[in-house]
Design a binder for this molecule. Structure first.
Ligand code: OOB
Length: 549
């Protein structure tokens, strides 16, 4: 989009008219919007506690007042409805207030994770054509004001920086204020409410446009499947910017229901258990390695965890044995969640038989989630056979933001999203995730594109070639391993890791392991695809490891 288009047309997702009509008629899309429902809850649940984090406890009325103050302040600073704003905040109440403020002002949040660094944040800002960046002064010892300076130097279109905490030369979010009557009305429910970040299975992350109508449907329906109502207390333990703790049912589901949201400053038992006991948390979502950690810690803790009713596990595969350990350790109802920021979310139901809960990743939210499981040629496979998962439905996007090449690859002509996951479907509709067709590493729920890391390694003067693969890991599920053919002199592994970190990337993308090899194998190198090459290197490595054991 060029500058001439900015502020004129709200971003829209393009479902064909027949689908729009169908999703409306079925009652999925009700014309609700974020500011619309938040305003209504601020009246209906005015004095109920909405958000707890650090020393802050905001009622629903206070959260809305904060959102309106910040919204008016952002417009007074010169932002205009339709502008994109990169938000990089951790699990602090201001994250929720700022995002609600952006919705209120019809500004479009673009969610970055606290772990992201300059290269990634600059990519999001460019791709989204963002004009502002919101960060915290620091979070977990990192000073984001430094990142803000580098970002503005690299992407001058980011004209505004707003900081939670000491703002230095930037504008503090606490100081924002402006005329409430300058605030716009409620947005078109089919306009894009925000841009979420994709896991990035090939190359750099893509931006995922989600509309008010589709996203609100996904967490409203999730609430029913996850047992969330006004009496619930939902804990955000994973980074709040992830789709899972945001909307499955997430803090938005909780706010929609009039429930209480408790932000844990970290995902480990040390941070979370005291808060669970104090706030009587009823539901929390975790990735598998954390769920196992919690299950072990639960047996030894003095904190009372008896309020926990539902423990959700998703983001990566929870194998049946691990699922058993989680259930035994925490003694509450396990719910498996298999979702994706692009849309489709599957849940095991709270009343599913134990066997289904332990061995499947659940079934789709909606009867209108169309699921196709197909072979390499695109032909449907029988139930029980493994195939590629394709999907289309009332909250699955039809295209990425501003990325024709990715859309060409990721969507079929009739609008199905190619998830990249390999699954088996049972006659009950439950899915079992069996792997994936794309080369990313799922490191404890964080997705890392092999290609992206290879590119950074190849930029090192002493790297002749590099291939990054996933290796099974007892704790992380998968870890990343880079096979590197060195140049004339061999760099030290620590040096290569520091190189990747120095390229301005999230720490979770630094290869866990580096293995130097002379060549990538004897089979016709150059004639096989990168994907095949990665598979061969991985297989050979695992074979050698087995022999060594
Ligand atoms: C969630 O979203 P993303 O966008 O970070 O990652 C999506 C991918 C899926 O395509 C799949 O490969 C993997 O993560 N995944 C799972 C899984 N849940 C996600 N693989 C196996 N078992 C599971 N239970 O990760 C996400 C979004 C919403 C809710 C939950 C997770």
């Amino acid at each position: 989009m060029t500058d001439a288009f900015r502020h004129t047309v709200p971003l829209r997702q393009t479902w064909p008219d027949a689908f729009v009509a169908r999703y409306r008629a079925a009652g999925y899309w009700r014309g609700e919007t974020f500011p619309g429902f938040l305003r209504e809850r601020a009246t209906r649940f005015a004095d109920a506690i909405a958000v707890v984090g650090g020393d802050t406890r905001w009622s629903y009325a206070q959260l809305w007042a904060e959102a309106e103050r910040i919204a008016a302040g952002l417009l007074a600073q010169g932002l205009a409805p339709g502008d994109r704003v990169v938000v990089q905040l951790g699990n602090i109440p201001e994250f929720i207030a700022v995002v609600c403020a952006l919705f209120r002002a019809q500004l479009v949040p673009v969610y970055a994770l606290p772990a992201h660094r300059l290269t990634e944040v600059a990519h999001f800002a460019r791709k989204a054509e963002a004009s502002a960046y919101v960060c915290a002064e620091r979070y977990e010892t990192f000073d984001y004001r430094t990142l803000a300076r580098d970002l503005q130097a690299e992407v001058p279109a980011v004209r505004h920086v707003f900081v939670v905490g000491d703002a230095a030369e930037f504008v503090s979010t606490a100081a924002l204020d402006g005329a409430r009557d300058a605030l716009p009305g409620d947005p078109d429910p089919q306009s894009v409410a925000f841009l979420q970040i994709s896991g990035g299975s090939t190359g750099l992350s893509k931006l995922i446009p989600r509309t008010h109508d589709d996203y609100i449907y996904s967490f409203r329906a999730s609430n029913a499947l996850c047992g969330i109502d006004a009496d619930s207390v939902y804990m955000v333990a994973l980074p709040a910017a992830h789709n899972f703790p945001m909307s499955s049912p997430g803090f938005f589901g909780a706010l929609y229901a009039g429930a209480r949201v408790v932000l844990s400053p970290g995902p480990g038992p040390d941070a979370a258990f005291p808060l669970i006991a104090r706030e009587r948390v009823t539901c929390v979502g975790l990735v598998p390695p954390l769920a196992l950690l919690w299950a072990d810690a639960a047996g030894k803790t003095a904190f009372d965890l008896s309020s926990l009713q539902v423990l959700q596990v998703g983001g990566a595969k929870l194998v049946p044995e691990a699922a058993r350990r989680v259930v035994a350790g925490l003694g509450c109802t396990l719910q498996q969640v298999f979702g994706m920021a692009e849309g489709l979310v599957n849940y095991t139901r709270l009343d599913d038989a134990d066997d289904l809960v332990l061995t499947t990743q659940g079934r789709p939210i909606s009867t209108d989630d169309e699921v196709r499981v197909v072979d390499d040629a695109g032909a449907p496979v029988a139930d029980g056979e493994i195939g590629h998962l394709l999907t289309r439905g009332p909250y699955t996007i039809r295209g990425y933001h501003n990325d024709d090449a990715a859309n060409e690859r990721a969507f079929t002509d009739d609008g199905f999203y190619r998830t990249g996951d390999m699954v088996q479907r049972l006659p009950s509709g439950h899915l079992i995730v069996q792997g994936r067709a794309t080369d990313h590493i799922n490191r404890a729920g964080e997705k890392i594109s092999a290609e992206e890391i290879e590119d950074h390694l190849l930029a090192h003067p002493q790297v002749f070639d590099a291939a990054v693969v996933s290796i099974p890991d007892e704790f992380l599920g998968e870890r990343s391993c880079a096979f590197v053919i060195p140049g004339d002199t061999k760099p030290r592994p620590a040096e290569l890791k520091a190189w990747v970190r120095g390229r301005g990337l999230a720490a979770f993308k630094v290869p866990d392991q580096i293995v130097f090899v002379d060549a990538f194998g004897t089979t016709a190198v150059g004639k096989i695809s990168r994907r095949e090459l990665r598979a061969q290197l991985r297989a050979r490595f695992l074979e050698e490891q087995k022999d060594a054991d």
